[in-house]
Design a protein. Structure first.
Length: 276
């Protein structure tokens, strides 16, 4: 399995794309969030992923830096269905509030001759806290992160042999997520900025964490591989080295700070860590 980061930035970035990513198993794709606009199509193209092959999508919450790109995916899917250039079906999972919003926006922004495909071949499915479905031939469980900003779900994917990948959305780890996050082989977690720059970026006011915070959470949870995303973009060319330098002081596992369009193989050694 591979993970490709289509975007790694927070809401107001201009030097990279908003955080969203794709998990790939063989020729199947599972996209999580869509960023803030039509640039999702650019990111998929430059990642070497045919947007038509992205048949399963999950949307964590309704903030515009996560959901607007999904409207573009809905438009492209429905438009090409109407033109006879899209075979088969597609599914979008999200909690009820996001599904209702997507339906409302699609019906207000897109022609009826296109939105008629929603519910017939494009399925928008509301999932509940603790509900599991099969994606990429793996069990995926969605969970409410209990956000105080906007209702938000994360997910946990069972990779086999006791390994699992857990995504906490774009807010700091909450103890309610412990049953999913603890002992995860992979943890995907936001890190808004360096701890030493908290007075500049004010992460706590935005319900975000610093690199230090995220790494401390991962260490306490006995995570093996930690991937940080949803960051500021002030010094993007040095973000990887700066975040790694701070993070390794607090996390003893494998720490990754990806750039946009960077891909990683979800491979395991005997101790569960990704090979270098």
């Amino acid at each position: 399995m591979n993970v490709t980061m289509l975007g790694t930035g927070s809401a107001l970035v201009t030097e990279c794309y908003n955080t969203c990513f794709v998990l790939q198993e063989n020729e199947e794709y599972f996209m999580v969030d869509g960023g803030g606009g039509s640039a999702i199509l650019h990111q998929l193209k430059h990642a070497g992923i045919d947007w038509k092959e992205v048949r399963t999508i999950f949307v964590t919450h309704k903030h515009i830096d996560h959901i607007t790109g999904i409207i573009w995916m809905i438009r492209m899917i429905c438009q090409h269905m109407k033109q006879g250039e899209y075979e088969g079906e597609a599914v979008i999972y999200a909690h009820d509030e996001v599904i209702d919003l997507l339906l409302d926006l699609a019906r207000k922004l897109l022609p009826k001759k296109e939105t008629d495909f929603i519910g017939k071949r494009l399925h928008l499915i509301a999932v509940k806290n603790g509900e599991s479905v099969e994606i990429l031939n793996k069990r995926v469980t969605f969970f409410d992160i209990q956000s105080t900003k906007a209702k938000q779900f994360g997910f946990c994917m069972e990779l086999g042999d006791g390994e699992r990948l857990t995504c906490c959305g774009d807010e700091p780890y909450n103890p309610c997520e412990k049953k999913y996050a603890e002992n995860s082989t992979w943890l995907l977690h936001e890190a808004f900025c360096l701890d030493g720059q908290a007075d500049i970026f004010h992460p706590y006011e935005k319900h975000h964490s610093t690199v230090k915070n995220a790494c401390e959470f991962a260490e306490e949870l006995h995570v093996k591989n930690l991937l940080l995303y949803h960051t500021e973009d002030r010094n993007l060319s040095h973000r990887k080295e700066l975040y790694y330098e701070e993070g390794r002081k607090y996390f003893s596992g494998n720490l990754l700070i990806p750039d946009d369009l960077e891909s990683f193989s979800i491979l395991f050694s005997k101790n569960g860590k990704r090979g270098a």
